[in-house]
Design a protein around this ligand. Structure first.
Ligand SMILES: C[S@@+](CC[C@H](N)C(=O)[O-])C[C@H]1O[C@@H](n2cnc3c(N)ncnc32)[C@H](O)[C@@H]1O
Length: 317
């Protein structure tokens, strides 16, 4: 990278810094995928964050001149992103998902689930009218992005958020408070459904949304440096990536309303799923905004194939 003094003199405008950051991100082979998917968007995000500017800034402001202090702040952030390879969301403790802002730190995965697309579409055609949805579970909630985004869409619903990590739940609580949703959302520390099973009355949900750890051993060995900053317990799930999914599928039927659905993200591990769960009817979502490996399984299917789902969960791979 050029010397800081030169950059502070030669670059002047918002656009200058976005362009220069994008060039240097590309030169340094950064990985994108934690909020943006290309160098230019990553650079725009960084510069707008540093200048506290809104996403919909009109183009005429792109040629606005920056002060020396602003230039220094941006330069330092660009340098940090390049030298550490830490995802920008962790450097700025901020992430955007479904048009909503979230606090994030290294105790939680950075939000990027393709389930966001389904939330924005109210899970049509799988769920009834949004007003009829009263109970939602965000299983493996991390920072709470899925449960919180769902609470905005289904504004009559109570949402439970479960994670095994108390640190992740602290972050989820921060986000629930930030969005003023304390009256409808509650967190619970649990190993999947374990602490629900000991409640006097088992809760039944119309919708269970779940982005569990699902990266298989092969993919875990080939992840770019950026992923090493995320909790590994949020990513890895055994040899075939299905360790968590097996347990979830074996029990989900016990916690679904008769007409309920489980929406389960499996990413690349959908390939393993198709081998292991042959004959179980699930629907793979045709995602329009990118991503893959999200399935829908109904309560009726979970109940009908209960024994088979339990038998599969007992096999160790
Ligand atoms: C892939 S992250 C998803 C986080 C969030 N839902 C999102 O989409 O950004 C998976 C989360 O599952 C949690 N987790 C891992 N094993 C778990 C278990 N056995 N029970 C509950 N949560 C678990 C991790 O702590 C992590 O927060």
């Amino acid at each position: 990278m050029e010397a800081k003094q030169d950059i502070l003199i030669e670059l002047n405008t918002i656009l200058d810094f976005i362009r220069w950051a994008a060039t240097n991100f590309t030169k340094n082979n950064l990985f994108y995928g934690h909020g943006s998917d290309n160098a230019f968007d990553e650079a725009t995000h960084l510069v707008f964050y540093a200048l506290e500017l809104p996403w919909d800034l009109p183009e005429q402001y792109f040629n606005a001149q920056l002060t020396t202090k602003e230039k220094q702040t941006i330069y330092n952030l660009i340098l940090k992103r390049i030298t550490t390879k830490k995802p920008l969301a962790y450097l700025v403790n901020q992430s955007w998902f479904c048009g909503l802002q979230f606090y994030v730190d290294e105790d939680v995965l950075i939000p990027r689930s393709p389930i966001g697309e389904l939330i924005k579409n109210n899970f049509a055609p799988w769920l009834p009218n949004t007003e009829d949805v009263q109970s939602i579970l965000d299983l493996c909630c991390g920072c709470g992005c899925l449960g919180i985004a769902a609470a905005y869409q289904f504004n009559q619903a109570s949402v439970d958020l479960i994670d095994i990590s108390s640190k992740a739940l602290d972050v989820a609580e921060t986000n629930i408070n930030m969005h003023n949703l304390e009256h409808r959302l509650q967190t619970l520390q649990s190993d999947l459904f374990e602490n629900l099973s000991i409640l006097p009355v088992k809760p039944k949900y119309q919708l269970i949304i779940c982005n569990p750890p699902y990266v298989d051993a092969e993919d875990m060995n080939n992840l770019p440096t950026e992923f090493s900053f995320e909790p590994q317990s949020a990513l890895a799930s055994g040899n075939d990536g299905l360790d968590c999914a097996r347990k979830i599928l074996a029990s989900a039927g016990d916690y679904l309303d008769d007409n309920g659905i489980l929406v389960l993200e499996l990413g690349n591990s959908y390939v393993h799923f198709q081998n292991v769960y042959k004959g179980i009817p699930v629907e793979w979502v045709n995602l329009q905004q990118g991503g893959h490996g999200v399935l829908i399984i109904t309560a009726a299917t979970c109940k009908k194939y209960r024994n088979k789902l339990i038998a599969i969960s007992e096999i160790t791979i």
